[in-house]
Design a binder for this molecule. Structure first.
Ligand SMILES: *Cc1c(COP(=O)(O)O)cnc(C)c1O
Length: 227
C-alpha cells in the first residue's frame, strides 16, 4: 500500500519545492532552471502521468527504450533529452527524437551527428572520475571536443554536463565542473549552461549554478528491478 503523500504527484511537488527553496537560497531565479525528469526503465505510462502533472522535459539514457516511448507518446508536447552513453551508429536515430543530447563526449560522435541534418542542442559531458571510458570526455581533451562541435552548424553547443563521482563530495565535484565550463566558454561564449544535479545532489548543483537538473528516483521512485 502506498504511504500517504507518497504519490507521484506528491514527489513532483516536493522536488519542485526543494528546487525553489535552493534557488531562493542561492539568490537565483527558478526560471533559469530546467528540470528534466529521468524516466529510464519506467513505462511510457509514467511519462504520460508526469505530463498530466505539468512535466515537459524528460530524460532517457538508452536509445531502444527512448525511441519506443517517444513513438508511443508522439502527441505529447515534450522535450526529450538523451543523457546516456551514445554509440556513434545510433547518433542519427537519437537526433530524430531528442532535441537535446547531454552526452557528447568524443569527436567520433560529433562526426556522426554532423552526418544528419536536424538541429540538436548538445552538452559536452565531462568525465569527473580517473577512469577513462566512464562516459564523458577527459578534461585534457575538452578543448578539442569543443572545437569539433563548433565546426558543425546543426549542433548548438549549450554547455557542459557532468555526473558527480560517488566517492567525492558533490559540491567539490561541481566546483571542478565550473572550471571546465569556463574553459568551454572561452571558446564558445554562448555555451553557458550547466547540466549538473541528480536526485542526491541537485541542491548543491543549484547553489553552484546548475541550469539543467536530471532527476530520476527522487520523482519516479525506485527504478524497476534490474535497472
Ligand atoms: C539515471 C541518470 C540520472 C538520474 O539519476 P537519479 O539519481 O535517479 O536522479 C541523471 N543523469 C544521468 C546521466 C543518469 O544516467
Amino acid at each position: 500500500m502506498q504511504a500517504m503523500g507518497d504519490s507521484l504527484e506528491a514527489r513532483v511537488h516536493e522536488v519542485q519545492e526543494r528546487i525553489a527553496a535552493a534557488a531562493r537560497a542561492a539568490g537565483r531565479e527558478e526560471s533559469e532552471i530546467t528540470t528534466i525528469v529521468v524516466t529510464k526503465f519506467h513505462p511510457a505510462e509514467l511519462v504520460r502521468e508526469l505530463y498530466a502533472l505539468g512535466i515537459r522535459h524528460v530524460g532517457e539514457n538508452r536509445h531502444q527504450e527512448a525511441v519506443a516511448k517517444h513513438a508511443e507518446l508522439a502527441e505529447l508536447d515534450l522535450t526529450w533529452h538523451f543523457i546516456g552513453q551514445l554509440q556513434s551508429n545510433k547518433a542519427r536515430a537519437v537526433a530524430e527524437y531528442a532535441q537535446v543530447i547531454h552526452s557528447v563526449d568524443r569527436p567520433s560522435l560529433v562526426e556522426a551527428l554532423a552526418r544528419q541534418d536536424r538541429e540538436v542542442d548538445v552538452f559536452l559531458e565531462i568525465n569527473l572520475t580517473d577512469v577513462p571510458g566512464r562516459g564523458g570526455v577527459l578534461p585534457a581533451e575538452l578543448e578539442a571536443l569543443c572545437e569539433a562541435v563548433l565546426q558543425v552548424p546543426v549542433l548548438n553547443l549549450r554547455g557542459v554536463m557532468a555526473v558527480a563521482p560517488v566517492d567525492e563530495e558533490p559540491s567539490r565535484a561541481f566546483e571542478r565542473v565550473l572550471g571546465y565550463a569556463e574553459r568551454v566558454r572561452s571558446l564558445a561564449p554562448e555555451a553557458r549552461e550547466l547540466s549538473i544535479g541528480m536526485s542526491g545532489d541537485f541542491e548543491a548543483a543549484i547553489a553552484l549554478g546548475a541550469t539543467h537538473l536530471r532527476i530520476g528516483t527522487a520523482i519516479t521512485g525506485k527504478r524497476p528491478a534490474g535497472a
